[in-house]
Design a protein around this ligand. Structure first.
Ligand code: PRX
Length: 630
């Protein structure tokens, strides 16, 4: 199976300097894993005790298949653990957040300053009538206010639903209405490659037919050309926090209360609102940030993800702040104004832990070693990757050119649904390029067949998880049946939806999705969402989209389109369709290729066989086509 995916397998392990293991929080992996296996609840209890609970839980977990509850009876607030705890302790004046803008501007917040800003926005939201349990949609670029808004929601018990700023109006509308958001927080523009890109009109369009929205808060950044604020519904971000108190008591939340909803593409139908809890999510991301990244107080930590994705939630915002770390955030693109931009930031801020995505690493590879070589990267001590398989070539380049053959690389496998890292090679352990590694202590995972039977090393199968973990999704918002499907596909397991293979030492290589999701530049795109965007154009009768391997982005989208009778194929129409997808779903979901066809391969029951299209496109054997309709 590994051959089908065209992966390079090596037998070479890279062994980090022993000091990494000696000085790590986790210590010896096997020992830590055994401690977890001997007493899973005791293991999680010891971790949860590091954090503050207004009322201690009476029980670690209740597993009522397929629903788990964690830290039963516990009362807490994640912002208390991210902010108050540090402000009352020795980190009051420690830098929490360094933000660098496109124009080289910088903003720096100490823990005390961040704490005050969060409380002001929390009070501002209260003024708008937001209270515990209300949903707030955050649709913003990567600015400090995006993070502050998330924390402000959590402070008052409102449930945030962050939507990545690159989504278009239709995608945004379905996420706003899906969550029933009462307030949307947005900005006038996002800055990209020296240009300002308007955002506000997308919100204006997206809230038409979104009856739950009562207010839109607009962060105005273009000060010399301020956008107009429509006072009937809109409030300026700074007006919201003018004259409000910088004190706001944290709402006392039950461990099982929802903390946030984050939409992720489903393989069929509408995107799924993944629901995470206040207590279990907090413990899971705290544990992994500490033990996987091995963060210490002196670290300067930079995760390049946008908080609009789960990586940003868990490992830009909540995990590092729970650890009291100094985080770096930028709105910059990696190759603007030139391909040295990121490496200059590593040198300038003395970044010690750098966490990014394979698509970025492959882009850097293409741009050439001369760019990182211009900067002093000696501050780096740990590197990380997430979002899609880190192929062996990219691993080796990252290790040699960025890590100078010295920094361990954490290839972390996890999902929006898991909330936290699940599989990686823990710090100090030997690393195998191309393989994420083993389940971390706290996680039981394996590669199994469709009946849940483990497959032997070297044989491909489905990646699956067999025990609940604290930061697991609690449900799919308003659709618990869809939640249950995760646990009902492979008997006894949570079905991840990925194909994987294990080596003889138990290291897991993730090969790709087993369903109709396409991972483009590390972002999950549902075939269904792109197809329905295409079909919503007047010229399209039917469409099917597939992922095609791409050297930099992992995959790109190819769309096959059947036109309605009264429309003829043309290049102009192709461009119009691309534009249509860009406007409805956003640039991230745009196909890179459209082919007009007259038929699509379907099963006798009428289901499109994308697998057959993909095999034809790639010139490989389509496998079993016995269900294909003549
Ligand atoms: O296919 C796997 C891939 O990304 C999917 C999860 O996507 P999402 O929910 O958007 O979360 C991405 C960030 C955690 C997985 O099912 N994936 C994620 N990390 C890896 C990966 N594939 C291989 N190796 C990884 N390290």
């Amino acid at each position: 199976m590994a051959e089908d995916f065209n992966v390079k397998l090596t037998d070479k392990y890279y062994t980090p300097d022993p000091s990494y293991r000696q000085n790590s929080w986790v210590g010896d992996y096997n020992k830590a894993y055994a401690e977890f296996k001997n007493d899973p609840d005791g293991f999680w209890d010891r971790i949860a005790r590091d954090l503050h609970w207004f009322t201690r839980y009476d029980k670690v977990k209740e597993w009522n298949f397929p629903h788990a509850r964690w830290f039963i009876g516990g009362k807490t607030n994640i912002t208390y653990n991210c902010l108050d705890r540090h402000v009352m302790g020795p980190r009051r004046n420690k830098v929490a957040l360094i933000w660098k803008g496109e124009d080289d501007s910088e903003r720096i917040y100490t823990y005390r300053q961040l704490y005050r800003e969060v409380m002001k926005v929390a009070n501002g939201l209260k003024k708008l009538g937001v209270s515990r349990g209300d949903r707030v949609c955050i649709y913003m670029p990567m600015v400090p206010e995006q993070i502050i808004s998330m924390l402000a929601c959590a402070r008052i018990g409102a449930v945030h639903s962050v939507v990545f700023g690159g989504f278009g109006a239709a995608a945004l509308n379905s996420r706003i209405t899906g969550a029933g958001a009462k307030v949307v927080i947005t900005a006038d523009v996002t800055f990209r490659r020296g240009k300002s890109i308007p955002l506000k009109h997308i919100i204006e369009e997206a809230i038409i037919n979104a009856p739950t929205v009562e207010h839109v808060v607009v962060l105005r950044r273009e000060l010399h050309q301020p956008v107009e604020i429509h006072r009937e519904m809109e409030t300026d971000f700074y007006d919201l926090i003018k004259d409000v108190s910088p004190d706001c008591e944290p709402e006392v939340m039950d461990a099982e209360d929802p903390l946030f909803i984050l939409y992720t593409s489903g393989s069929t139908g509408a995107p799924k609102g993944i629901v995470h809890s206040c207590g279990g999510y907090m413990v899971g991301v705290y544990y992994t940030t500490k033990n996987v990244f091995d963060i210490k107080d002196h670290d300067v930590y930079w995760c390049t993800a946008d908080p609009g994705w789960i990586t940003g939630h868990s490992y830009v915002v909540y995990g590092p702040l729970l650890m009291g770390a100094t985080i770096v955030v930028t709105e910059n693109t990696p190759d603007y104004p030139d391909p040295g931009a990121y490496w200059r930031m590593v040198e300038e801020f003395g970044v010690t832990i750098f966490y990014t995505a394979p698509t970025a690493i492959r882009m850097f590879m293409k741009l050439g070693e001369e760019w990182p070589d211009k900067s002093n990267l000696s501050s780096l001590r740990i590197l990380g990757s997430v979002g899609e398989p880190l192929n062996a070539e990219a691993f080796e380049w990252f290790y040699r050119v960025i890590g100078k053959n010295r920094c361990p690389i954490l290839d972390t496998w996890w999902q929006t649904e898991t909330g936290m890292h699940m599989i990686t090679t823990m710090i100090g352990e030997p690393m195998m390029p191309g393989f994420a590694g083993k389940p971390i202590p706290g996680v039981v995972a394996d590669v199994v067949d469709k009946d849940g039977k483990p497959v032997p090393p070297g044989t491909g199968g489905f990646l699956a998880i067999s025990e609940p973990w604290p930061s697991m999704l609690r449900t799919v918002y308003n659709d618990d049946e869809r939640y249950k499907k995760y646990w009902n596909t492979i008997p006894g397991f949570y079905a991840v939806g990925d194909l994987a293979v294990k080596n003889k030492d138990g290291y897991i290589m993730v090969l790709g999705r087993s369903d109709d999701l396409i991972v483009v530049a590390g972002h999950n795109i549902g075939t269904a969402e792109v197809e329905s965007a295409l079909v919503s154009h007047k010229s399209v009768a039917e469409s099917a989209v597939i992922g095609k391997p791409d050297a930099v982005k992992g995959n790109v989208i190819k769309a096959f389109v059947i036109l309605r009778n009264d429309h003829a194929p043309s290049d102009k129409l192709k461009n119009e369709l691309l534009y249509h997808v860009r406007i409805t779903l956003g640039p991230i979901a745009m196909p890179s290729e459209i082919e007009f066809v007259t038929t699509l391969p379907k099963t006798r029951s009428g289901k499109i066989m994308r697998r057959v299209l993909k095999a034809k496109e790639m010139g490989i054997d389509p496998g079993d086509i016995s269900t294909l309709d003549e």
